[in-house]
Design a protein around this ligand. Structure first.
Ligand code: ATP
Length: 680
C-alpha cells in the first residue's frame, strides 16, 4: 500500500488533542516533534532559560580568565571592538560624504576638514587591521588552552559516564566549549553594535522625534520577520523517519556500508543482487516524498502575510525619509538619506545574525552546563556506598539474592531478571546456563553492580551490595566477558593494564600471557610485546587528495592508518591474559567470566578454563557458558535460567537426576541436546 504522503505543514492528529506542549508534524519522511510556541522573542521563556545558563556562563568566564588571564580579556575587547567597527567606519565615511556634498553644493571644499576625515578613516582602518591580527593570535592561544583543559575534563568524565550507564553518551567536544563562549561574546558584541547604530541613527536624524521614528522602524522589521519566519533552527525539535520505504532503504544501505556485514555479502552473490533489487523497489515506492533534512523542509512553510509585511517594513524607513525630505527640504541632504538607508541595512543584518548567534550560544552553553553537571554530580546513577571491602577475608565472596528483579532503564520491555533468590557460598564454582536471552549476562551485571536491581536485594558477605564503596568493590572483582576488547596500545600494555601497578613487569605479563593462551602468538610477532595494535595518530587527508588514487601521497597516507590485525580468538586470548594479570593484584575475590572462550578452538578453550579454575583459591568463580560439560561437571552449583527466571539449581548430578512429574528438567534437556550433537 502506498504510504500516506502529507503536505509539509499538515498537523498530526495528536496536535488536535492539544493541551500537549508538543506539536507533531510530518515533513516528507520525517515525523517531527516540536516544542510548541517558543519564538525568539518569547522573553519569558528566554529569561527562564538564561537564569539556568547564567551560572554556566559565569563559571566558564572564570575558567577562561584563569586559563588565559591576559589573552582572554584581550580577545573580549577585540571581539567587541570588531563588532562596533562597522558603525564607526560608517560614521567616518559619512563625515567625508557630508563634506563632499557640502563642497559640491557650495562650490568650495574645506581641504583641512576633508584631510582630517580621510586621515581619521585611514588611521581607523589600520587600527582595526592591527586589532584583528592581535585578536586572531589571542583567539588561537585561548582556544588551545580551553581545548586542552576540557579534553582533560572530558577524559575524566567519560569513563564515569560509561561505567554508570553501560553506554557512552558523548559530552560536548572540547573545541565546541570554546565556540559556545565565542558565540556568546559575539552576541554581546552584536547588542553593543545595535546600540551604537541606534545612537548613530539618532545623530543622523534631524531631531529627536525623527531619531525615535527611525529607530522604531529599523527595529520593527526584524521583529515581524521573526514571527513570519518558521525555522527549525530556532526551535526545539526531534524527528524520526516514519516512512517505511525510507527506513527500509536506510537498513539496506547500512547492510552494504557496515564492515561487519562485508564478508557475508561478498561471499554470497545472491545477497548482493537481492539487496540492490530491494533498494530500487523501496526507492520507487518512496516516490517524491522528500527525505531532505527537516529544517530545510520546514523553511518552506513560512506565513506569507507576515513575510510580505516584513518585506514592506524593510523599506518603510526609506519612504519616511523621502516624505520627510519632501516636507522639510531644508532639513534633508542626499548623504543623510544614503547613510540612513545603509544604517538600516546594517542594523537589520546585526539583528538577524544576532538571533542565530544567540541561539548557538544558548545551545553551546547548555552543553557546557552538562559538562559541569557531570563533574559536579559524579553522574554515576548508582549511589556510592561508604563501606570498604574487607580484603582480610581469605575465602571468596558470599553472594545472596533475595527476590531480585530487574528491567533495563529506559526500556519498557519487561523484567529481564524475574524474582530470583539464591545463595552462592564463598569459594564456590558456579556455572550459569540457559538459552539465549534468558538473562544470564544481566544477572552477572547485577552481581558486579553494573546496574542496581529494580526490586529485591543483593548482599555480599551479608551486607547490602549498595553499602560498599564502588571503587572498593571493583577492586575485588575480575570480569572477563565475551565482548573482548583490545586497546590501541602495545600488546604488553594490553595485558599489563590488568594490574596497572605492574604494567611494565615483563615477567608477570609473560606469565599471564601463558595462562591466557596469548604467549605463542605474541612470541611470533616481530615486535613481540611492543607490537602496537592500532596507531593512535590522528590522520587527515587534504580535500584535494582522492583516497582511491594511487599517488605517492595516498600511499603515505595508507601507511599512516595501517593496523596490526589480530584474529577474534587472539583478541580473546589477550583479554583473558589481562584477566590473569588482574589476578596478580592479590585483591580479587570474585571472578566473573561470561563465555570467555566463545572464540577459542577446543584446545584453547579447555586450557583457558582449566587455568582459570586453577586460580580458584580464595575466590568465588561464576561462569556463564553454553557449552555444558567442561565446567558444569566440576561446578559446585549450576544455575539454570529461562526467560529471566531461575528454573533450576544444583550440581550436575542432581540436575541430571531431577524429575518433576516424571519429566526431566531444563538442564537435562539442554545437556541432552548438546550430547546428541556430539554423538551424531
Ligand atoms: N542494555 C540492554 N538494554 C535493554 N535490554 C537488554 C540490554 N542488554 C540485554 N537486554 C535484553 O535482556 C534480555 C536478557 O539478555 P542477556 O544478555 O542477559 O541474556 P543472555 O542469557 O546472557 O543471552 P546470551 O546467551 O545470548 O548471551 C534479552 O532480551 C536482551 O535483549
Amino acid at each position: 500500500m502506498k504510504p500516506d504522503c502529507k503536505a509539509p505543514n499538515n498537523t498530526h492528529p495528536a496536535q488536535s488533542t492539544a493541551t500537549s506542549p508538543v506539536e507533531v508534524i510530518q515533513l516528507g519522511v520525517w515525523r517531527v516533534f516540536l516544542a510548541k510556541g517558543s519564538p525568539f522573542f518569547d522573553f519569558g521563556a528566554r529569561y527562564k532559560k538564561w537564569r539556568l545558563l547564567y551560572s554556566t556562563a559565569a563559571k566558564l568566564t572564570m575558567d577562561f580568565l584563569v586559563l588565559a588571564p591576559i589573552h582572554f580579556p584581550l580577545l573580549c575587547l577585540a571581539t567587541l571592538f570588531q563588532r562596533v567597527a562597522p558603525v564607526i567606519r560608517w560614521h567616518l565615511f559619512s563625515r567625508c560624504l557630508f563634506m563632499i556634498e557640502l563642497g559640491v553644493t557650495r562650490g568650495q571644499f574645506d581641504a583641512i576638514a576633508i584631510t582630517h576625515a580621510v586621515v581619521a578613516r585611514i588611521a581607523f582602518a589600520a587600527t582595526l587591521a592591527v586589532i584583528t591580527c592581535c585578536s586572531q593570535k589571542a583567539e588561537f592561544i585561548v582556544q588551545t588552552r580551553i581545548i586542552s583543559h576540557f579534553e582533560a575534563i572530558s577524559f575524566e568524565c567519560k569513563p564515569r559516564e560509561f561505567s554508570a550507564s553501560g553506554r557512552e553518551e558523548d559530552l560536548i567536544s572540547s573545541p565546541d566549549v570554546f565556540y559556545a563562549y565565542r558565540d556568546l561574546l559575539i552576541s554581546v558584541g552584536r547588542v553593543l553594535s545595535i546600540a551604537t547604530q541606534l545612537y548613530y541613527v539618532g545623530s543622523l536624524a534631524s531631531n529627536k522625534a525623527d531619531a525615535f521614528i527611525y529607530g522604531t522602524l529599523f527595529l520593527l522589521q526584524p521583529f515581524i520577520r521573526d514571527f513570519a519566519r518558521r525555522s527549525l533552527w530556532d526551535e526545539q525539535w526531534v524527528a524520526t523517519s516514519s516512512e517505511p520505504h525510507f527506513n527500509r532503504m536506510e537498513s539496506l544501505k547500512s547492510i552494504v556500508r557496515e564492515p561487519r556485514y562485508e564478508q557475508e555479502i561478498n561471499t554470497n552473490g545472491n545477497i548482493k543482487e537481492y539487496l540492490v533489487g530491494e533498494y530500487k523497489n523501496a526507492r520507487r515506492a518512496l516516490g517524491d516524498i522528500s527525505s531532505s533534512y527537516p529544517p530545510a523542509q520546514y523553511g518552506v512553510t513560512q506565513r506569507v502575510d507576515l513575510s510580505v509585511l516584513s518585506a514592506i517594513l524593510g523599506d518603510i524607513h526609506m519612504f519616511y525619509c523621502l516624505a520627510s525630505a519632501i516636507l522639510h527640504p531644508s532639513r534633508s541632504t542626499l548623504s543623510r538619506v544614503i547613510m540612513l538607508q545603509k544604517a538600516g541595512d546594517l542594523m537589520f543584518y546585526e539583528l538577524d545574525t544576532f538571533v542565530d548567534d544567540f541561539h548557538a550560544a544558548e545551545n553551546g552553553l547548555a552543553s557546557v552546563k552538562r559538562v559541569y553537571d557531570v563533574l559536579a554530580s559524579n553522574i554515576d546513577h548508582r549511589k556510592d556506598g561508604n563501606v570498604d571491602f574487607s580484603l582480610s577475608e581469605p575465602n571468596g565472596m558470599e553472594l545472596s539474592l533475595k527476590n531480585v528483579s530487574f528491567s533495563y532503564p529506559n526500556c519498557d520491555d519487561g523484567l529481564k531478571v524475574d524474582d530470583i533468590s539464591l545463595t552462592i557460598k564463598p569459594g564456590q564454582l558456579v556455572v550459569i546456563v540457559g538459552a539465549n536471552g534468558s538473562g544470564k549476562s544481566t544477572l552477572l551485571k547485577l552481581l558486579t553492580r553494573l546496574y542496581d536491581c529494580s526490586s529485591g536485594n543483593i548482599a555480599i558477605d551479608g551486607r547490602d551490595i549498595r553499602e560498599y564503596k564502588l571503587t572498593s568493590l571493583q577492586e575485588t572483582i575480575a570480569v572477563l566477558t565475551q565482548d573482548h576488547h583490545t586497546f590501541p596500545l602495545s600488546l604488553g600494555e594490553n595485558i599489563g593494564i590488568g594490574n596497572p601497578k605492574e604494567v611494565r613487569n615483563r615477567c608477570l605479563i609473560e606469565a599471564s600471557a601463558r595462562k591466557g593462551g596469548a604467549y605463542e602468538f605474541i612470541a611470533n610477532r616481530t615486535d613481540k610485546y611492543d607490537t602496537v595494535l592500532e596507531s593512535t595518530a590522528v590522520n587527515y587527508m587534504g580535500h584535494l587528495c582522492c583516497p582511491e588514487d594511487d599517488t605517492a601521497l595516498t600511499k603515505i597516507f595508507r601507511g599512516f592508518v595501517k593496523k596490526t590485525e589480530v584474529s577474534g580468538g587472539e583478541r580473546q586470548r589477550v583479554a583473558a591474559s589481562r584477566t590473569f594479570m588482574r589476578l596478580t593484584t592479590g585483591k580479587i575475590r570474585l571472578v566473573v567470566a561470561d563465555e570467555p572462550s566463545s572464540n577459542l578452538d577446543p584446545q584453547g578453550e579447555s586450557e583457558l578454563l582449566q587455568n582459570l579454575i586453577d586460580e580458584r583459591q580464595g575466590k568465588t568463580m561464576i561462569f556463564v557458558t553454553h557449552r555444558l560439560g567442561i565446567l558444569t561437571k566440576e561446578a559446585d552449583l549450576i544455575l539454570c535460567m529461562k526467560e529471566g527466571r531461575l528454573v533450576e539449581q544444583g550440581t550436575h548430578k542432581e540436575l541430571m537426576a531431577a524429575k518433576n512429574d516424571g519429566t526431566h528438567g531444563e538442564y537435562f534437556n539442554l545437556y541432552q541436546i548438546q550430547a546428541k550433537a556430539y554423538v551424531h
